[in-house]
Design a protein around this ligand. Structure first.
Ligand SMILES: [Fe+2]
Length: 387
C-alpha cells in the first residue's frame, strides 16, 4: 500500500474539540476559560431566528454583548468589515461563530480586523499575522466545512467575482464545540452538499502533494465514516448518531486538509462558486470524480485506497482500474444521496468555463495538486467533462 512516507512534516491541531449532544451549552464555560468577557456571536440571517442562537446566547449570559447576523452564503469582504466595525463598537474580546463555513470564516476575518485594525483588504495573503488574534469558539451547524479546525478562510470578493483565500496558523479557532443537536434541523440538500464537501476534503488531503501519514489516517477514516453516516443523516435528519458522526467526520477531514492541503477539486470549485454561485459542497461533489480521473495516473495507489475506503472490492484489479473505482464509488454515492451530477444543472454557462479555467490556475489550492497543472486548457477539459 502506498501510504505517504514523508521525511519531514509538521502536523498541527491546536483546537480543543468538544463533542456531544447538548454541549453548545458549554459556550459560556469555554468563553471564561479563554478569559473572554465581551462575546460577539457571529451568525447568519436565518439562524438568528432559530433557537440555536438562543441556546448559545443563554449559555453566554451577560458575557454576550451582541449578535452579528448579517452573514450570507459565500461571505464577502464588505460583510466582514461591517462585522468588525460592530465588534469594535461593542469592544468585543471573543467571537463565537454559530453556523456553517460562511459564518465561521466571517468570524475569522473579523478576528483579524479586531486585532490588527483596519479593513480586511489590508490583511490579505498567506501567513501575514505575527501573533494570536481575538479568540474564537466555533459551534458548527453543518457537518462539512471543517473550518472549525482549519487555518484557512475563504472570503468572496463580490466585485471581482473571485474567492480570496486567507491562510494563517493564527486563524485556527481555539475551541470547536460539536453538538449534534445543532445540526438536527439541517435540510436534506444542505446535509448532502456539506457532507460531500467533507468527503472532498478527505480525498484532497490524501492525493495532495503535501499528504503525510497523520492526515492520511484521519482522511481515510473520515471517508469510511461519511460513507456510513452521510446517507443516514440525509435519509433521516433526526438520526442523532448519524448527525454526530458526520460532525466528527467533517472535523477530522478539516484537520487532515488543514495540514495536507487541498488541490484541483477545490481550485475548480472555488471558481464556479465565485462566477456562478454554485454552492461549495455541490461544486466539489460534481467535480470530485472528474478530478480523480484527471489525476488518476499521478497517484493510482492512493485512489485505490480511497476506493477501498468507499467500500469497493478492488482485489485482483490492475492498479489503474482499482484507482478508477474511487471515481466510480463517489459518482454512485453522490447520486444515491441526491446530489446534482453536472455543472449544467447548476446554471453554469458553458461560455464562462474558459474564464473559470484561467481563474483556477491562480487559485492557491492548485499548487498542491498531485499532477502539476500549468495549462488552462487541461482545466477546461475537466470542466467540460463535468458540464
Ligand atoms: Fe471545502
Amino acid at each position: 500500500m502506498a501510504y505517504s512516507k514523508k521525511l519531514n512534516f509538521i502536523f498541527r491541531l491546536p483546537t480543543k474539540v468538544i463533542f456531544g449532544a447538548g454541549t453548545a451549552k458549554e459556550a459560556g464555560i469555554e468563553t471564561e476559560a479563554l478569559k473572554g468577557t465581551r462575546a460577539l456571536i457571529v451568525t447568519d440571517r436565518d439562524l438568528v431566528k432559530t433557537d440555536l442562537v438562543k441556546i448559545v446566547q443563554n449559555a453566554l449570559g451577560a458575557k454576550c454583548v451582541g449578535v452579528f447576523s448579517d452573514v450570507t452564503p459565500d461571505t464577502g469582504i464588505h460583510i466582514i468589515n461591517a462585522g468588525a466595525e460592530y465588534g469594535r463598537k461593542l469592544r468585543a474580546d471573543i467571537l463565537i461563530s454559530v453556523g456553517g463555513g460562511s459564518a465561521i470564516d466571517t468570524a475569522k476575518g473579523i478576528a483579524i480586523c479586531l486585532t490588527k485594525g483596519g479593513r480586511l483588504e489590508d490583511h490579505a495573503g498567506f501567513n501575514i499575522l505575527d501573533g494570536p488574534i481575538t479568540p474564537h469558539i466555533v459551534i458548527p451547524t453543518t457537518a462539512g466545512t471543517g473550518s472549525e479546525v482549519t487555518y484557512a478562510a475563504v472570503i468572496k470578493d463580490h466585485e471581482q467575482k473571485r474567492k480570496l483565500l486567507f491562510a494563517d496558523n493564527y486563524l485556527i479557532p481555539n475551541v470547536a464545540i460539536l453538538d449534534p443537536n445543532m445540526t438536527i434541523g439541517l435540510p436534506k440538500g444542505i446535509t448532502a452538499g456539506t457532507g460531500m464537501d467533507a468527503l472532498s476534503h478527505c480525498v484532497e488531503a490524501i492525493h495532495s502533494m503535501q499528504s503525510e501519514p497523520i492526515a492520511d489516517a484521519l482522511a481515510l477514516h473520515g471517508i469510511r465514516m461519511i460513507r456510513e453516516f452521510l446517507p443516514r443523516a440525509v435519509e433521516n435528519g433526526g438520526d442523532i448518531i448519524a448527525r454526530g458522526q458526520m460532525l466528527i467526520a467533517a472535523c477530522i477531514a478539516g484537520a487532515a486538509f488543514s495540514n495536507a492541503q487541498v488541490g484541483i477539486v477545490h481550485a475548480l470549485a472555488h471558481c464556479v462558486g465565485a462566477r456562478f454561485g454554485v454552492p461549495h459542497g455541490i461544486a466539489n461533489s460534481i467535480l470530485l470524480p472528474h478530478c480523480i480521473m484527471y489525476n488518476l495516473d499521478a497517484c493510482p495507489e492512493k485512489y485505490s485506497q480511497i476506493a477501498e475506503a468507499m467500500g469497493k472490492d478492488i482485489r485482483g484489479l490492475e492498479l489503474l482500474k482499482a484507482a478508477e473505482q474511487a471515481a466510480v464509488a463517489i459518482w454512485e454515492f453522490a447520486k444515491a444521496i441526491g446530489m446534482p451530477q453536472t455543472l449544467r444543472e447548476m446554471n453554469v454557462e458553458e461560455s464562462g468555463l474558459e474564464e473559470c479555467a484561467n481563474d483556477a490556475l491562480m487559485d492557491g489550492s492548485i499548487v498542491y495538486n498531485p499532477k502539476p497543472v500549468f495549462d488552462p486548457n487541461e482545466i477546461l477539459k475537466v470542466y467540460k467533462n463535468a458540464f
